[in-house]
Design a protein around this ligand. Structure first.
Ligand code: HDE
Length: 714
């Protein structure tokens, strides 16, 4: 697929390379090293290689020679291929794109990116899970990272956020403890990519400030259907500063154009077995298909007066500002439109840093943000091996870079000329013939720290204004639909049932009682407690009458179309060819994908006598991989597969996961074999002919048939 101009606008740092002699990869994004013009292999030093498959030996059966520089170089480089994986957010997936400003906001910020309507700023976005290591499954119950690097004209701005607008802790000094507790225990090195264990809940139950976040992570937000169907949040309160130097507080939001969607827990567990790469595959496939996901960037802007009158401290990252209190204003759109050329060069080496901001945007004194500003730079030094990681193309700004920094590991560019310090008294501007004096700071154009008043005695205390830990946790819970509340109760019961120590389980119930007594009781029953443990003493009594915030529910913000989703069509011998074609077309017309599943990967002969090839064999294409399913097969085939385990699972799981199920009347024997015939509800759609396909796909726009009673128990 043709790549967008986004990537190719990236400048090459190899500078004077003669295009006649060198072949650079498209966009120059990853292969900055010149490649030979023909296909003769060379060493890394550029010398042509005669034999790359046999190490030089003393005689055909003799010992290998150390002098074989070709073999040694090849093995040496291989030995050093790995860099440390990220200590958190190790499992991630990056995509190129661009941000287009739709509404200028000079009244709030003088940043160029917020002032030139229609301007397309190149971006690189990396989605991630937090706890799992690089090879962990995609659909682990976990927070998702949503980090975007904007290559603005005034330098790189990194918005390093999550798909949840709050965080576990209020002060960065607690972060190592949180992450140690969440990651595999140090003695046994398990469990991987899971929070359902003693250490995590021990830490959480001793950290009341985490309770709001606990409600979010026990909701379906932590098992998103795909990256494309998640919101993103900058989490912290930042500042926007205008040309007059006046500041407003701001919270950043990403709103997915495709709407919100999550999977069910039982589904997540099975997806991880069927396709551990479910999320990255979904992203790769949709980008390759030209189906580019988009998010609107929204801002919640408020001033000191609002902050002073708000029930909570806006510097406390365990709190939201409800959208109903301060509306989210959409100012632009992010479009992700190009997969990487090389995963390591781009996704692995991208170095997000919260301190990467541009003039017109500033920090606040949020103690979590301030700690992060130290941590990200530090971690990149370790991961990428030196201070010159901004020379790596994916991290390099796409605007002029001028400073007196020099040398260090892997320096790709050093300042030219004699002046490498300032002040200096060399003469000319940089582009003059005289000895250049080098760049100078410019107060009128450069970054100016917002002049907030910040003085006080040195203390180690948590501000009293951070003491309310339960009110917004409760607000989140009561804002959910009954289905979502059930899922939260079930998630808590599941996680706590994996905790072996009874005192930890009870302590958690003691917290839940501050949030919702009904929820606490359900979970206590679920984990078999005979009596309710006492409430954990609260630092501050919760406010129990905060209004519901519909913006917090996934189901209330679901889409009304099947766009971007995937239909699984299970075909077998004798299936109606016209219906299969009509389903594929209807899905395509709705902007969705359709995949053919069959008992054999070779496909199945349909009613027209033609063999339709399959993309998945039934045991490699379980229904958990699809948003809705259709079963199109002849009567004999349906009877034949009525006792086939993968076929039964296909139907049973689709039913249990509240999916819409279309079927041709001939397929009923399979529905009977799967035991769902007697339970058929309005989530089943009979395909009487090709003309019923459109109606089915329209029905699928609701994504799930939530009324199916079984789901409420899942
Ligand atoms: Fe991070 N976090 N974090 N974090 N974080 C990292 O930086 C850290 C926090 C987030 O795709 C690390 O490059 C501290 C909140 C994302 O490359 C590290 C604290 C939020 C990513 C680090 C936090 C995030 C990271 C590890 C407590 C949401 C992945 C590797 C104050 C607003 C970026 C790296 C990518 C990555 C530190 C808390 C989001 C160690 C100390 C809150 C999306 O620097």
């Amino acid at each position: 697929m043709a790549k967008t101009p986004t990537k190719s606008s990236q400048p090459s740092r190899s500078g004077d390379a003669d295009p006649e002699l060198f072949e650079l990869s498209e966009g120059g994004a990853n292969h900055q090293q010149p490649r030979g013009t023909d296909d003769v292999m060379t060493t890394a030093q550029g010398a042509p290689v005669g034999d790359d498959q046999n190490w030089a030996t003393a005689g055909p059966r003799g010992p290998q020679l150390l002098e074989d520089h070709i073999a040694r170089e090849k093995i040496f480089h291989f030995d050093h291929e790995r860099i440390p994986e990220r200590v958190v957010h190790a499992r991630g997936y990056g995509i190129h794109g661009h941000f287009e400003l739709k509404r200028a906001i000079p009244e709030y910020s003088h940043a160029a990116i917020f002032n030139e309507v229609g301007e397309k700023t190149p971006t690189f976005t990396r989605f991630s899970t937090v706890a799992g290591s690089k090879g962990s499954p995609d659909v682990a119950r976990d927070v998702r990272g949503f980090a975007t690097k904007f290559y603005t004209k005034e330098g790189n701005w990194d918005l390093v956020g999550n798909n949840i607008p709050v965080f576990f802790i209020q002060d960065a000094i607690k972060f190592p403890d949180l992450i140690h507790a969440a990651k595999p225990a140090p003695d046994r090195a398990f469990p991987q990519a899971q929070t359902a264990h003693d250490n995590f809940w021990d830490f959480i139950s001793l950290t009341p400030e985490s309770m709001h976040m606990v409600m979010w992570i026990m909701s379906d937000r932590t098992i998103p259907r795909s990256f494309r169907f998640m919101e993103g949040f900058g989490v912290h309160t930042f500042r926007l500063v205008n040309a007059e130097g006046a500041a407003h507080f701001v919270k950043f939001h990403w709103k997915p154009r495709l709407g919100l969607q999550s999977v069910l827990w039982n589904e997540a567990v099975k997806i991880n077995g069927a396709d551990p790469d479910f999320h990255r595959r979904d992203m790769w496939d949709s980008i390759e298909a030209g189906d580019f996901p988009q998010w609107d960037l929204g801002i919640q802007v408020f001033d000191e007066d609002f902050a002073d009158g708000f029930d909570f401290d806006v510097l406390d990252a365990t709190k939201i500002v409800p959208e109903e209190d301060v509306p989210v204003d959409i100012i632009g759109t992010l479009t992700l439109d190009a997969n990487v050329d090389n995963f390591f060069a781009e996704t692995e080496q991208v170095a997000f840093c919260t301190q990467n901001i541009v003039p017109g945007i500033d920090f606040t004194e949020d103690p979590l943000l301030q700690g992060r500003n130290f941590s990200y730079l530090d971690t990149q030094l370790k991961r990428l091996g030196g201070p010159n990681f901004t020379h790596i193309p994916i991290n390099a700004p796409r605007c002029p870079v001028r400073h007196f920094q020099q040398d260090g590991h892997m320096a790709m560019t050093n300042p030219k000329g004699r002046a490498n310090y300032e002040p200096n008294s060399w003469n000319g501007p940089i582009d003059d013939n005289r000895e250049p004096r080098g760049p100078r700071a410019d107060r009128s154009r450069g970054f100016a720290t917002y002049g907030d008043v910040a003085t006080g005695p040195k203390v180690r205390v948590r501000s009293e204004t951070f003491a309310d830990h339960y009110s917004q946790a409760r607000q989140f819970y009561v804002s959910q639909t009954p289905v979502e509340q059930t899922h939260m109760g079930n998630a808590l019961t599941f996680e706590l049932s994996k905790v072996e120590r009874m005192d930890i389980r009870k302590r958690m119930i003691g917290h839940l009682r501050h949030i919702d007594e009904g929820l606490a009781k359900d979970v206590a029953d679920g984990i078999g407690l005979d009596e309710m443990p006492p409430k954990v003493p609260a630092a501050r009594d919760p406010i129990t009458d905060l209004p519901e915030s519909p913006a917090l529910s996934i189901i209330k913000n679901g889409p009304d179309s099947f766009k971007g989703r995937k239909l699984g069509i299970y075909i077998a011998e004798g299936g109606d060819a016209d219906i299969v074609d009509a389903l594929k077309k209807a899905a395509e017309n709705a902007g969705a994908m359709a995949e053919i599943v069959a008992p054999h990967i070779a496909g199945a002969a349909l009613s027209d006598g033609e063999k339709m090839p399959a993309q998945q064999k039934i045991d490699g294409g379980p229904s958990v991989l699809y948003d809705a399913v259709a079963i199109v097969m002849g009567k004999d085939a349906a009877a034949n597969y009525a006792d086939d385990k993968p076929s039964i699972d296909f139907v049973n799981d689709a039913f249990a996961h509240a999916k819409f199920i279309a079927y041709v009347p001939e397929a009923v024997p399979l529905l009977e074999g799967a035991g769902v015939k007697a339970k058929m509800d309005d989530g089943f759609v009979e395909l009487s002919g090709a003309d019923s396909a459109d109606g089915f796909i329209e029905t699928c726009g609701k994504l799930r048939y939530w009324d199916r009673a079984k789901v409420k128990q899942d």
